[in-house]
Design a protein around this ligand. Structure first.
Ligand code: 13P
Ligand code: SF4
Length: 377
């Protein structure tokens, strides 16, 4: 395995047609055989997802990385935090022992594929918030919970402070776990997932102050509101799901008789409260698959997934919930050219764009991730 500086240059890949790129990827996959595992998140564009060996939501993809044994490379068609999680889980001690010490490089085809929500919480801000909280309440009685859409350093913070990771598919189980142990939760970075999940558990908005990391004192809260809190919500959101609004739901219900509203829990409370069903990307897919022909849907999640569902289910009537284009620009950075470039480099024994989490951060992140995997079993 050689270093990335000897990599095939990316530039010529822009010139290839999609057909040519597809042929080259297929050829590289054939040469690499079972040593290569391509994982694809549901928001990836169709032409990329076609090359994925396995697809899933964030939780399922974590499990796939955690269970991987035979492959020697993982190429992650998703975003940065997902590739970090795959590196931590695929290269944990027990996996290294099972593979006679061989570690698996995790490749993110385009390093610019980040997540704007994950970028809304930096570790120094979380540490400063925790310190300020500890001056007002007993943080020994508070569980930090990070949504998986966060940097590994935040997962490590949760690992060190008896906390845990959650995904959109297990947030309720994770909060149940947290409340069975302690009185309060500090939930970051997605206020909407934290709020929507907590509301379903009977926690009210006045028990959920919002922590604004840009406010100097107590995240913009009073001492009393922190003392009365059950869940402190970080002021972060997904810029894609934030665009769905209650008026879009009302408009569909007015126009289409019997329409069902299906949304992701990263949507704001006003949308989530009036939707028929809310769930992870996999739950959205399974719900549509299980519905009888003729079912009418307006779906509030990333555009590529909704368009794929429309194509796969012509027997149902599927609409995109927003009149605007809500697509994840960073997921979209992974294209055929980047995928082709990464896998052809692997054929030549060169790993480009490897995501490697620092040892100490990986160790503590794993603690929080393993708690989540145990809770979700
Ligand atoms: P899922 O875990 O539901 O796939 O969500 C991931 C994500 O980034 C949603 O914006
Ligand atoms: Fe992040 Fe939103 Fe994109 Fe999901 S859809 S990866 S939360 S920016």
């Amino acid at each position: 395995m050689s270093v990335a500086s000897q990599a095939i240059p990316f530039a010529p890949y822009r010139e290839f047609s999609n057909d040519a790129l597809c042929e080259r990827i297929t050829d590289a996959k054939r040469k690499l055989g079972s040593s290569l595992l391509i994982l694809g998140h549901h928001y990836q564009q169709d032409e990329v997802i076609e090359h994925a060996d396995l697809t899933g939501d964030s939780y399922q993809l974590s499990k796939m990385a955690a269970d991987s044994l035979d492959c020697r490379y993982i190429v992650f068609c998703g975003v940065h935090f997902m590739a970090e999680t795959a590196d931590i889980l695929a290269n944990r001690e027990e996996k290294l022992v099972a593979r006679d010490g061989i570690s698996i490089p995790v490749v993110l085809p385009d390093m610019a594929a980040g997540c704007s929500m994950a970028d809304m919480a930096a570790i120094r801000q979380v540490e400063s918030a925790w310190k300020q909280l500890s001056e007002v309440i007993d943080t020994e009685d508070m569980t930090p919970v990070t949504y998986i859409n966060s940097a590994a350093s935040l997962k490590a913070f949760c690992g060190r402070h008896n906390g845990i990771v959650c995904t959109s598919s297990n947030a309720k189980a994770v909060l149940d776990w947290a409340f069975a142990k302690r009185k309060r939760v500090f939930f970051f970075p997605d206020q909407h997932l934290g709020r929507n999940t907590s509301l379903k558990m009977g926690i009210t908005n006045d028990q959920m102050p919002i922590w604004n990391p840009h406010e100097e004192v107590l995240g913009g809260n009073t001492k009393e509101s922190i003392e009365q809190s059950r869940v402190v919500l970080w002021k972060g959101h997904c810029s894609v799901h934030q665009m769905f609004q209650a008026e879009h739901v009302h408009s569909f219900r007015k126009r289409i008789d019997g329409i069902k509203i299906l949304v992701h829990p990263e949507c704001p409370q006003e949308v989530n409260d009036i939707a028929d069903i809310s769930g992870s990307t996999s739950k959205i897919i399974e719900t549509v698959r299980a519905a009888p022909a003729g079912t009418k849907w307006a779906i509030g999640t990333e555009l590529h997934l909704v368009n794929r569902l429309k194509k796969e289910h012509p027997e149902q009537e599927i609409h995109f919930l927003s009149p605007l284009v809500c697509m994840c620009a960073t997921m979209y950075r992974i294209d055929l050219a980047h995928l082709c470039w990464s896998v052809e480099n692997l054929v030549n024994g060169t790993v480009v764009n490897q995501i490697k989490v620092k040892e100490d951060i990986a160790k503590w992140s794993l603690v929080a991730l393993e708690r989540m995997l145990t809770v979700s079993k």
